[in-house]
Design a protein around this ligand. Sequence first.
Ligand code: MSP
Length: 510
Amino acid sequence: MKSYITTPIYYVNGSPHIGHAYTSIVADIMKRNRRALGYDMMLSTGVDEHGQKNQEAAAALGMEAIAYLDMRCKEFREVFDLFDVDYDYFVRTSRDAHKAAVASMEQTIFDKDLIVKKEYTGKYCKGCEEFKRDSDLTEDGDCGLHPTMKIEESKEINYFLKMEPFREKLLQHIEDHPDFVQPNAFRNELKKMLAEPLEDLCISRPKSRVTLGVELPFDPDFVTYVWFDALANYLTTINWPEGDYSAWWAECEHLIGKDILKPHGVYWPIMLMAAGLPLPKKLSVHSHWTGEGGIKMSKSIGNVVDPNEVMDLMGVDALRWYLARHMRAESDSQISVELIRQTYNSELGNKIGNLLSRVAKFSNKNFDGKVPVAGALTGEDEALRKLVLEAAAGFGEWIDMPDIPARIQAIVAAADAMNEYIDQQAPWSLFKNEDTRERCATVLYVTLDCQRVLFEALRQVIPGSAEKALAMLNAPAPASPWKAELDKLPGGNPLGEIDSLFPRVNAPEA
Ligand code: MSP
C-alpha cells in the first residue's frame, strides 16, 4: 500500500509564512497517520524557484539569482525541519533533471500540435503570474488575490496550450471520480470554472521580460511559464519520465490552498491529458488563515503571524496544534499569536500536560518511582477507558485533511473526561488511607495508561511533545503498524524523568 502526498512548492520571494507552515504541517500529520496504518509513504514539499516574482526579489536585494535562491532554499528547508515536517523529498525546480523533464513534457505536447504561437494583449498580475480577463478583476481593476500588486497591461507574442479540447473530458473525469476534488464546495467551484469554454493557456514568457525559468525546447527566446514548470514537479519528484514513477503517481494526493485551485484543477489535469498521462488521484483543498476578526493578514495592518515568532515563544507544537485543530473545512479561520497562546495554555497546558505531570509526579513520589499496579476495575474506570480508546482510535484510521480538527477535538474531549475522573476519584485522598490505597493505585494506573494511549495517537499531531510524554511514562515502543490499545503500560515499571510538558506562557507585557 502506497500513498504519495504533495504540498505546493512555495515561491521564495519572501520568508516562509503561516500558509506555507499550514499546508506542510497538515501534510506531515497525514503522512504520520498513514504510516501508522502501515502505508509506504512519500511526502514532497519544496520551493518554486522560477518566474518574475522571484527574479525581482533577487534583484531588489542586489543578488545574483542563484545565490538568492540558495539562500532562500536553505531558509525554507531549515524552517520545515523546525516544524517537524518529515518530508521525503525537498523540491527545487532549479534542479537539472527537473528542467530537462519539463522541456520533454513541452516537446511532447508541442509535437501533438497542441501548442500555438500568437500575439496576446492583456492584463497581467505578477502575484498570480498570469494574464487576467476583465471579469477576473475587482471593480477597481485589481486582482482580488493580490490587491497591492499593480495589474500591468502587456502585449506580447507567446506560446499557448489549447485547453478547450480537454474541457469536457475533464468535467467527465470529475463526474466519474467524486473524490477527485474535496471538500465538495471546491469541487463545485471547479465545475463552475469548467462550465464556460476555456481560453488557451499562455505557457511561455519572452526572455526579454523573464529569464529565470526553463527554456522552451522549441524556441530559445522564451522560458516556460512558471506554473507549467512548477506543476510538473509532482512528477519529476518521483523520477518521471525515466524512473519507476507509476506506482507512486497512481496514489498521488495534492494538498493545496483554495487560491491555487485553478492551476491544480484546470491547468494541471489538462497538461497531463495533453501529454497523455494519467491524472492524480485527489486534490484536497483548504481554506485560508485570516487575522483576528477575519481580516486578511497583511504587513501594513500588522496582523501577520510569523511562524518563527510563535515557535520562539511557545515551541513548535503550539503552532502545529493550533493549525491542525482550528482550520474549518470550507471557510476561512482566524489566527493570531494571542489565539495560539490561549489555546496552548488552556488545551495543551491545563487539560493535557498538567494532568500527566500531576499524576506521574504523584505516582513517582508515592509508588517508589514506578507505575502503580492496578487492582479490579470499576464501572467508572471502564467508562473512561472506553472513551479514551475510541478517541485515540480515530488516529488508527485513515484521516483526510478536513477530518483532522474533529479527530483532535475527540482527544481534547477525552482529556476533559480524564480530568473529571481524577477530580472525582481523588487519588490523593485515597492514598491517605491504608484501606483505599489499592484503589488509589488502580485510579493512577488507569489514568497513566489512558495518557499513554492518547500520547501514542498524538505522535501524529505533536510528535516532539508526544515522544517526550511517552518517555516520562517510560512507555514501551508502540507497535508499527499502530492501533490504539489499552493496558500496554506495564504496572510496576519504573517511570521516566518527569518534566513539565507545556510550560505556561504569559501574555507579553503591554
Ligand atoms: N508557487 C505556487 C505553488 C506552485 S505548486 C505547483 C504558490 N506558492 S505560494 O508560496 O504563493 O503559496 C503556496 C501555498 O500557501 C498555497 O497553498 C496557498 O494557499 C498557501 N497560503 C498562502 N496564504 C495562505 C493563508 N493565509 N492561509 C492558508 N494558506 C495560504 O502559490
